[in-house]
Design a protein around this ligand. Sequence first.
Ligand SMILES: CC(C)(COP(=O)(O)OP(=O)(O)OC[C@H]1O[C@@H](n2cnc3c(N)ncnc32)[C@H](O)[C@@H]1OP(=O)(O)O)[C@@H](O)C(=O)NCCC(=O)NCCS
Length: 192
Amino acid sequence: MSGADVPVDTERKQNPGRIFHGRKQRENEPEMIKRRDGSMKETEPVIRVMTMDDFETVHALWMEIHGFGIRSIDDSREGVERFIRRNPTTSMVAVAEGKIVGAILCGHDGRRGCLYHVCVQEAYRKHGIGQKLVGACVDALAAEHINKINLIAFKKNEVGNRFWQGLGWTFREDVNYYEYVTNEDNITTYNP
Ligand SMILES: CC(C)(COP(=O)(O)OP(=O)(O)OC[C@H]1O[C@@H](n2cnc3c(N)ncnc32)[C@H](O)[C@@H]1OP(=O)(O)O)[C@@H](O)C(=O)NCCC(=O)NCCS
């Protein structure tokens, strides 16, 4: 990372979970640099709302993420379409160098926000993309008057837990998590 990036990092640390677009970059517009051959290259990822046109690419990305649990119904095209129809403005993708390199399924039930399948492609990690994605989801939920957001991180997911703690999210020791399955056909398969 160049010295020029330091102020951005400082700003990120002071505002955990909020979206930053880079100093010269306008919203939803990639910052570009000129390569030696004169062609242009994006230096900053663009964060934008996920639509069903992104489904195949995002699903392929999920399948790359070690340890992700992929559900046969919830994560199918029909399942994701149902989710996005209910939550059309809150799921995000990160686009860098012309391809989707990160994504979050994000929605709410009118009271609490929730984040699922938070991920960044391995080659693009540790550059602030995860933080930007989360910031965009937080902003989108806040715009819908959602006051609190929950998510589940497996205890054994060290990187995931460090990420949430790094972003300043609160680890709740005082709650137990319960679930009730209404459809046994919604089978979870864990990526190796
Ligand atoms: C978790 C994940 C989305 C983070 O994406 P990312 O783009 O690498 O994260 P960022 O670069 O925005 O990191 C933001 C902060 O999180 C923390 N963090 C992220 N990755 C970390 C790691 N490997 N070790 C320690 N801290 C880490 C740091 O505090 C970091 O801030 P810093 O760079 O200023 O130190 C990515 O590692 C991933 O896809 N992991 C696999 C899927 C997963 O575990 N998802 C979470 C499910 S709960």
